[in-house]
Design a protein. Structure first.
Length: 284
């Protein structure tokens, strides 16, 4: 419709995509362009400017494979709210505010939907709490998977070690990150969502999966722990090793913060870049 209206009115048209499910979810399948025809059609319609969010789902590769004119593509990551993360509360202060009494805190931040695989964090808990019984997993977010995840925690005997916080105001997220020892993210497609970016900004020790373009942000052993799918059975051991090694967690977290400071745009910078590109179209 936007393309048709642009022709009728003689004005440029901009396509804006918040990543894509095609990069990781479809491109390796047979006849993927036919099976995902509606997505392909939306991406291939000729427009004057394409703004594709770099959320790790490899949208640039998808566009290239569809022969989109890449000179018209701006492949940018989301901006972040640095003001929220300029100074975080001390860990003890944050835990006191959130009424967290555990000595060791694991954290996930996401909508509770199937492909974000919060169940992987819960499944690692039984082995972790055997060695570190004073551990709690805080799950921030809500969604259709919550009931199933709560039942999984009960079935595994770790329900007392899991806190389901539900949806919380975004301004509270820095307190949860400040309270955490380790941030966990095991999405199926890509883990480069704003929760991971904010965990890096907060200087957290991160454990995540190497899928999509996650490896462009988290470098294993340097600014986080990047697991391959075949490494998932080792997840409890990885978490235990990190909980037992304060210096390693601090080093990985400090390097994550450094990476964020050197590479992340603020929201203002991101929006200004977008406005500049659209303004150029209007002035033609």
């Amino acid at each position: 419709m936007a393309k048709l209206l642009s022709k009728m009115w003689g004005v440029p048209v901009v396509a804006r995509f918040q990543g894509t499910s095609l990069g990781v979810g479809w491109m390796k399948r047979q006849l993927w362009k036919v099976r995902a025809w509606n997505h392909v059609l939306g991406l291939r319609i000729p427009v004057d400017l394409v703004i594709m969010t770099n959320d790790g789902t490899q949208g640039d590769r998808v566009l290239e494979s569809l022969n989109v004119n890449m000179e018209r593509v701006r492949f940018w990551m989301n901006g972040v709210d640095w003001d929220l993360f300029k100074s975080l509360p001390e860990k003890a202060e944050a835990r006191n505010h959130l009424r967290v009494n555990a000595q060791r805190v694991l954290l996930t931040l996401s909508r509770l939907v199937q492909w974000k695989r919060v169940d992987r964090a819960i499944q690692a808990l039984p082995e972790v709490v055997r060695l570190f019984p004073d551990t709690v997993l805080i799950i921030v977010g809500d969604g259709p998977e919550r009931e199933r995840l709560e039942q999984l925690a009960r079935d595994l005997g770790v329900h007392d070690h899991v806190r389901f916080e539900g949806a919380v105001p975004h301004k509270e997220i820095p307190k949860y990150l400040a309270a955490a020892d380790i941030f966990l993210s095991f999405y199926d497609w890509s883990n480069v969502g704003n929760p991971l970016l904010e965990a890096m900004m907060a200087g957290k020790c991160i454990v995540t999966l190497n899928n999509g373009d996650t490896g462009q942000f988290v470098r294993n052993g340097e600014n986080g722990v990047l697991l391959e799918y075949e490494d998932l059975p080792r997840l409890p051991e990885v978490i235990k090793e990190l909980l037992a090694n304060d210096e390693l967690r601090k080093r990985l977290g400090a390097n994550a913060r450094k990476f964020a400071e050197e590479n992340f745009w603020s929201w203002q910078e991101r929006i200004e870049a977008e406005v500049t590109e659209v303004s150029r179209l209007i002035k033609r």
